[in-house]
Design a protein around this ligand. Structure first.
Ligand code: NAD
Length: 344
């Protein structure tokens, strides 16, 4: 029986993974800790590791896994910015779940825009205190407004459908445009200048790191609503806070935060939050911050579990790994996975 060590697991993960244990004759070992240089030792004696968005698969972790004889990490997510792909190459196969529900994230994103615009979270709190005043809750119609969509892959496309359904105009930026009716591709600078709302749906890479910085915020329309459900480090948090303080940014929805790794998915109630920028953002009435939750639907969890288990089965059975990723597939397309069926 193969033994698989899961990191950063919560009750809802177990609920969706446990049913596969018997079917695939796999023993699941669930750890609540995030994977890092210290916790990697928990995987000793296992045949594979399953990791999530805030687990660190850096060079040190790869080395430890390799020395323990573990040569596969199955990411139960799409993004892999938390993996040192170069260090892993030739030692540890990295498989992922490229798509599990673009609807989950796109719908959540629109939910954030709507809540921010109509201040639903503030109204909820007011009413609980029997404050029925509407002062300060003024919003704007979405119909006819311009949404700027950065990254038009699987999630971006579903989000565009939703925006078009609202009667919005859509500007898009993507180095690999996916032309379609109702969407005009422009440069990122132009998108910033002309969008009433901006939604980020691109991966975190060297190129996209801090793409929303002081200069791009300066270009944005006054009062723009910015939502990030992609990866925290797309936004320079210091610049965002300045933009919010100056009123340049009208509201921000953040399902991700660049230093989220230490906090998200954990209960810090009763503690003094050691991250001043996170605390500052949470304190602002026009910021809606959630704990990397956009993916969390039943359908997404089921698909994540199914694909992760299938990725591991393919690995253990020596089959091709269609969901493997390596630095060569990502960077220069020189990976010959198509012929070899695996990246190495
Ligand atoms: P995808 O690979 O289908 O699409 C990403 C798109 O971004 C591609 O079209 C690509 O060309 C484009 N892109 C790459 N670099 C870019 C850049 N610098 N500027 C603009 N566009 C760029 O990915 P997806 O499934 O649509 O997911 C998008 C992102 O959403 C993921 O990378 C992940 O970080 C994030 N995500 C978040 C959650 C959550 O729970 N909050 C869940 C799933 C995915």
């Amino acid at each position: 029986m193969k033994k698989v060590c899961f990191f950063d697991t919560k009750s809802y993960d177990k609920l969706y993974f446990d049913p596969f244990s018997k079917e695939f004759n796999v023993e699941m070992v669930y750890c609540e800790s995030k994977l890092n240089e210290k916790s990697v030792v928990m995987a000793r004696g296992c045949d594979a590791v399953v990791a999530f968005v805030n687990d660190r698969v850096n060079a040190e972790v790869v080395k430890e896994l390799w020395e323990m004889g573990i040569s596969v990490v199955a990411l139960r997510c799409a993004g892999y910015n938390n993996v040192d792909l170069k260090a892993a190459y030739g030692k540890v196969h990295i498989v992922r779940v490229p798509a599990y529900s673009p609807y989950a994230v796109a719908e959540f994103t629109m939910g954030m825009f709507l809540s921010l615009n109509r201040k639903l979270y503030r109204a909820y709190n007011r009413i609980r205190e029997y404050n029925f005043s509407l002062t300060g809750l003024l919003g704007t119609d979405f119909y006819g407004k311009t949404m700027g969509v950065v990254g038009t892959g699987k999630i971006g496309q579903v989000f565009i459908d939703i925006c078009l359904g609202f009667g919005m105009k859509v500007l898009a930026y993507d180095p690999f445009p996916n032309e379609r009716d109702g969407v005009r591709y422009v440069s990122f600078e132009e998108l910033c200048r002309h969008s009433d709302m901006i939604s980020l749906h691109c991966p975190l890479t060297k190129e996209s790191y801090h793409m929303v910085d002081a200069a791009s915020i300066e270009r944005m329309k006054d009062g723009v609503i910015l939502v990030n459900t992609s990866r925290g480090a797309l936004i320079d948090s210091t610049a965002l806070i300045e933009g919010l303080k100056e009123g340049k940014i009208g509201a921000a929805g953040l399902d991700v935060y660049e230093e989220e790794g230490d906090f998200f998915y954990e209960d810090y109630s009763g503690a003094v939050l050691p991250d001043d920028e996170l605390a500052r953002l949470i304190s602002m009435p026009n910021v809606l911050l959630t704990s990397h939750q956009a993916f969390l639907t039943r359908e997404a969890l089921r698909n994540i579990a199914e694909t992760t288990v299938e990725n591991l089965r393919q690995y253990f059975d020596g089959e091709a790994l269609p969901n493997e990723i390596c630095y060569r597939c990502e960077k220069d397309g020189t990976c010959d996975k198509e012929h070899k069926k695996r990246c190495f």
